[in-house]
Design a protein. Structure first.
Length: 200
């Protein structure tokens, strides 16, 4: 479950934002079926990384996506034609907002669209009283941990992990992800993400 809104003033009442011709907003039920394809296509870039097997990892199921959407935790970036260019799903973990998945369609890469979606989620989370964003990612893939560090995320030490993040890491290991290459990251929301200034 996610927290109810409280003073979310920087976004419109429809919870939409514009970024370089894309509309960023909550996902609609009829859009969910398109999201696994976006995730699968986005994952193909791992074929050219130290972890090519990650391109074959299971994507979010429609059942999972429906659960996120019902609780307000599914977001999309759509083109003027209504095509899904990117999406993110999130949930509450250890009292913060955990980004469970962030995927950008390859046809819309290099538009800083992932950062724009994170900026929107940062505004949304701050308006609900969440103190931080959390995520897990690869430490040694250029568009993973180094990218998030440029957006203000930091790598958490093992002793900083709450029970929720520990459970997520354990599940990743069960799926076959190498624990030595995975990190948990946190971005405090006491200041806007760098990308928020470009989202309006």
């Amino acid at each position: 479950m996610l927290r109810p809104a409280s003073g979310f003033t920087r976004l419109s009442r429809t919870m939409e934002a514009l970024y370089r011709g894309y509309t960023l907003r909550r996902a609609r039920p009829e859009e969910l079926a398109a999201l696994p394809d976006v995730e699968q296509l986005a994952g193909q870039q791992f074929l050219h990384s130290p972890h090519p097997f990650a391109a074959q990892m299971p994507v979010q199921s429609l059942e999972q996506l429906n659960e996120y959407q019902r609780h307000g935790g599914a977001w999309v970036a759509v083109t003027k034609d209504g095509d899904i260019a990117a999406f993110a799903v999130c949930k509450e973990v250890d009292g913060a907002l955990f980004i469970a998945e962030l995927s950008v369609h390859p046809a819309h890469a290099r538009q800083r669209l992932g950062g724009a979606v994170l900026g929107l989620l940062g505004q949304w989370a701050r308006g609900r009283g969440y103190p931080a964003l959390l995520l897990t990612t690869f430490r040694d893939v250029q568009w993973n941990a180094p990218y998030y560090q440029r957006l203000g995320f930091r790598i958490l030490r093992n002793e900083e992990l709450g029970p929720g993040l520990r459970a997520i890491r354990a599940h990743e290991t069960e799926l076959g992800l190498p624990p030595e290459s995975r990190v948990c990251m946190k971005r405090a929301l006491d200041a806007p993400l760098a990308t928020e200034s470009g989202t309006r």
